[in-house]
Design a protein around this ligand. Structure first.
Ligand code: SAM
Ligand code: SF4
Length: 335
């Protein structure tokens, strides 16, 4: 006798894309103020508006029950959220979740890397936009490069399955350092991804039209110093990868401007206040905090709200660096 198995649940949007990846912003706060991400003076969410870790866990579990198999902890800076390690331990134990990963600025990694690996975080993305201490300090407004370098070292030793560096390239700020950053990645056996700056939130420190560098240019610049081999590798995110010949390093390009990746978007984001953002470059959202707070413990209702929200996932983003269409900053979005 054949036993019919119930089909695995899945979240499919109106354009036929399966949502399998949740980026969970555990806080909008941060111990840095990167110029492309935040304004100098920021107002952060009052604590009462931020989801508790238990609420985050409930929502994450509902996503996993609906077929999501990868969760990224992000922020703000995820490591400044109290007890984030406890949340990581709980999430990594969810049946059906294949990967729990994190994006961090690395400032607190020296002390947290081992515990993160032990909590079940399998891969890390670490942001680093310059290898020159003075530049690093001005790009992050006050960050100390040696602290992040120690964090990267600790991450390498902690036994993560992979550690990748992330770099936002800006003309006149760090666009002459892409080769040195790739060499640093090669020397340390890491991957690296270059990101085109997105116009999220109003910044006064620079003009995004003037500072935008296309990843096409970055790749051409790198090709003068390294032999890059095209690759089909994917880590389930928006990066397109190239291999640096004769090394273990892959160079990824995240190109929201020059190579729109919306066609195979598999992601949604949950902000620290429980707004489910259906697209990075649009404001379509659903309030999941209201659902968990009005119906505590009601996972069916939560799942129904998520299924309903996926119906309004937009087809694509339209970024124009001369326009300030999206007022939310990246720290409030969850990168
Ligand atoms: N604080 C952590 C960090 O910096 O890695 C995680 C949160 S941060 C918002 C996630 C990623 O978004 C980082 O790699 C950061 O460089 C990137 N990012 C921030 N603002 C951006 C922007 N306006 N355009 C493109 N990438 C941005
Ligand atoms: Fe903080 Fe990350 Fe934004 Fe930099 S990019 S200000 S580290 S949240």
């Amino acid at each position: 006798m054949t036993v019919l198995q119930a089909p695995k649940p899945s979240l499919v949007d109106p354009f036929g894309r399966r949502v399998t990846y949740l980026r969970l912003s555990v806080t909008d706060r941060c111990n840095l103020r990167c110029v492309y991400c935040m304004a100098e003076d920021m107002t952060f969410l009052p604590r009462a508006q931020v989801l508790t870790l238990e609420e985050m866990e409930q929502i994450a579990a509902a996503f996993v029950a609906l077929g999501v198999n990868k969760i990224r902890l992000t922020g703000g800076e995820p490591l400044v959220r109290n007890n984030v390690l406890h949340l990581a331990t709980r999430l990594s134990a969810l049946a059906g979740l294949d990967e729990l990963v994190m994006t961090t600025n690395g400032v607190l990694l020296e002390t947290h890397a081992d515990a993160l690996a032990a909590a079940g975080v399998s891969r890390l993305n670490i942001s680093i936009d310059s290898l020159r201490p003075d530049r690093f300090a001005s790009l992050t407004r006050f960050g100390e490069l040696p602290q992040v370098l120690k964090g990267i070292d600790a991450a390498r030793r902690a036994g993560f399955r992979a550690v990748k560096l992330n770099c936002v390239v800006m003309k006149g700020f760090n666009d002459d350092e892409t080769g040195d950053l790739v060499q640093f990645a090669v020397d340390n056996g890491l991957d690296i991804a270059f990101i085109e700056e997105m116009p999220l939130g109003a910044v006064t420190s620079h003009d995004r039209v003037q500072t935008l560098v296309s990843n096409v240019q970055v790749r051409q610049q790198l090709a003068q110093r390294f032999r890059l081999l095209a690759s089909d590798d994917s880590t389930g995110g928006p990066a397109r990868y190239w291999r640096v010949e004769d090394t273990a390093t892959r160079v990824g390009f995240i190109s929201p401007h020059s190579n729109n990746f919306c066609g195979d978007c598999n992601r949604v984001r949950l902000t620290a206040e429980g707004r489910l953002l259906l697209c990075l470059g649009n404001d379509h959202a659903a309030d999941l905090r209201q659902v968990v707070r009005s119906h505590p413990g009601d996972s069916r209702r939560l799942q129904a709200a998520i299924v309903e929200a996926i119906r309004i996932k937009p087809e694509r983003h339209y970024f124009d660096p001369s326009e300030q269409r999206i007022v939310r900053f990246m720290n409030a979005t969850g990168g």
